[in-house]
Unconditional design. Structure first.
Length: 62
């Protein structure tokens, strides 16, 4: 999903272990591509509204 200007924050998990937190995310698809290119192991990611901290959704790695 794509926002206006860094609308999202994302936290990547490997099972129950937090692997990476990115506070400023503009495009979640590009962030997933970047994380995979760095060979960071993850099973799912949580997406939050950066300003209100409300949970928007969960992305499960395919």
């Amino acid at each position: 999903m794509k926002g206006k200007k860094n609308d999202f924050s994302m936290t990547f998990y490997d099972g129950e272990i937090k692997r990476l937190f990115m506070e400023y995310v503009h495009d979640t698809e590009k962030m997933i591509i970047w994380v995979n290119s760095k060979k960071i192991e993850w099973t799912h990611a949580m997406v939050y509204d950066r300003r209100t901290r409300e949970k928007i959704g969960r992305i499960i790695k395919k």
